[in-house]
Ligand binder design. Structure first.
Ligand code: UDX
Ligand code: UDX
Length: 460
């Protein structure tokens, strides 16, 4: 079969995999190939057990794989054969040298740009999907503009806004698609090509275009704003706990103001995920680089409050359990950074597990999708930790349960049955405010929600 377009994506991760699967599903007239340097990952994409868990993803991969969606390790061949190339390799926070702990590590991204230059034999449109520091496209253009090559390249920025756990629906029905380009005739032409591609399934009014720097920056700013809302509500949850106000009631009252809006106001044990912290630190680094120290300090506060919220959770556990956790068994309900994903990158559960082990507590971790990643995350940890699939068995013999992920499953468990197998006084720390606190209190638990007065049977 002749395909209308041949599209390549370099990087088969949480972003590249689902994005290309939905593109292939929506556009059977395009051939979509996803390549990655990691052969295990590619083998998993080609198997029945996909490397990532995302609701609805299995179905669309099954419907398209081998027809117009292909996964391969042949990066060179992919570059040669495709004229539209999405780049979705990871851009983690740098761990070494200048900007360590803050700046984006662009080594994979630059290596990919050089591979594109090396293997290209015809003109290419290169599309940045990865979140990158503003002005990265310029560096990419400089690498691609090589005197020894007659091939021409156009670089576009088309950041991805999907959230994990809802990736398929976010991709099928996005709030907006953003496409940035150079405002030259060839830049505008490439931009138009990409607009037409998305218009196959996204309403045109939701496809917005901008100059390339605005597009790169908008992605980081959108994540910074989302994270800022969570840190704002979490900071107020600390004040609620001191004043007997209830964070759920405050969030509802505040969020009903249509200028503010009700989303992203769920107080929690803190935000996690591969993007928020990385992107804010990147923003902070950029601001400092340009001498904007006050702006950098302002955004750095969002990350500081997030760490404070996680530390506060531990301090609350410690002080309510007679100031010692040594030898106590604590069961963690949930390890992924949010519900409906097995991803644990930057999950608050990692920090909390490590802190609990420092206090010499014994931890039992349960999670419906993230136990494999949890084992890897805690492989080097010093302390007693076990992993148990069944939440009822996990809680047996424990002194406390800490809810760290808002899996629906935890809302509907039989907490009386759980209570009966635990050590008393039994504690419940609800880091996501998803349980029926009054009901759990009536069963016998001492209940500590986030940003609400605790419900305890203990004498003060
Ligand atoms: C990553 C970034 O975290 C995010 O900022 C960006 O927007 C998109 O890329 P994600 O897809 O979640 O997001 O990362 P990850 O799951 O780590 O996938 C990246 C993939 O790129 C990996 O499978 C890795 O093997 C691959 N890769 C990396 C290459 O194929 N070539 C490289 O040189 C480096
Ligand atoms: C985020 C952005 O939402 C997405 O647009 C971008 O492309 C990538 O980064 P993601 O990290 O996958 O997506 O998930 P998100 O749903 O935004 O949640 C991030 C973290 O914030 C999770 O740990 C979540 O539990 C937490 N959160 C979210 C809260 O604590 N409270 C809230 O009200 C919302």
């Amino acid at each position: 079969m002749e395909f209308e377009k041949n599209i390549l994506c370099i990087g088969a991760g949480y972003v590249g995999g689902p994005t290309m699967a939905v593109l292939a599903h929506k556009c059977p007239q395009f051939k979509v190939t996803v390549v990655d340097i990691n052969p295990t990952r590619i083998a998993e994409w080609n198997s029945d057990e996909l490397p990532i868990y995302e609701p609805g993803l299995d179905k669309i991969v099954r419907a398209t794989r081998g027809k117009n969606l292909f996964f391969s390790t042949d990066i060179a061949g992919g570059i040669r054969e495709n004229d539209i190339i999405f780049v979705s390799v990871n851009t983690p926070t740098k761990t070494f040298g200048a900007g360590a702990g803050m700046a984006a590590d662009l080594q994979y991204w630059e290596k990919t740009a050089r591979q594109i230059l090396q293997y290209s034999e015809s003109p290419k449109i290169v599309i940045e999907k990865s979140t990158l520091p503003v002005k990265t496209a310029q560096a990419m253009e400089n690498i691609l503009r090589n005197v020894h090559s007659s091939v021409t390249f156009e670089v576009l920025s088309n950041p991805e806004f999907l959230a994990e756990g809802t990736a398929v629906q976010d991709l099928e029905n996005p709030d907006r698609v953003l496409i940035g380009s150079r405002e030259t005739p060839s830049g505008l032409k490439a931009r138009e090509m990409l607009v037409e591609m998305y218009a196959k399934w996204v309403p045109r009014e939701k496809i917005i275009t901008s100059n390339i720097w605005s597009s790169e920056l908008s992605k980081i700013v959108a994540n910074a704003f989302l994270a800022q809302r969570i840190s704002s509500i979490n900071s107020i949850s600390a004040l609620c706990e001191k004043t007997d106000a209830d964070i759920t009631e405050v969030a509802r009252a505040v969020g009903m103001d249509s200028r503010i809006g009700s989303k992203y106001l769920n107080a929690s044990v803190g935000f996690g995920g591969s993007c928020f912290k990385k992107d804010i630190l990147n923003l902070v680094y950029l601001c400092r680089y340009y001498g904007l120290d006050e702006v950098a300090d302002y955004w750095e506060g969002v990350v500081k409050i997030n760490r404070y919220q996680q530390e506060r959770f531990i301090v609350n556990m410690l002080s309510s359990m007679f100031n010692t956790l040594a030898g106590k068994r604590i069961c963690l309900f949930g390890f992924s950074f949010k519900a409906n994903t097995g991803d644990t990158r930057e999950s608050p559960a990692i920090f909390i597990s490590e802190r609990l082990m420092e206090e010499k507590a014994e931890i039992v971790i349960t999670d419906p999708k993230a136990l494999k990643n949890a084992r890897t995350d805690l492989a080097g940890a010093k302390g007693k930790v076990s992993f148990v699939e069944d939440p009822y068995r996990a809680a047996e013999g424990c002194h406390a349960i800490a809810v760290l992920t808002e899996w629906d499953l935890y809302r509907t468990l039989d907490y009386r049955k759980i209570y009966d197998t635990m050590v008393t006084p039994a504690y419940l720390f609800d880091g996501r405010n998803i349980l029926d606190h009054k009901k759990c209190f009536d069963i016998g638990f001492n209940v500590y929600p986030i940003g609400k007065p605790p419900l305890t049977h203990l004498k003060k």
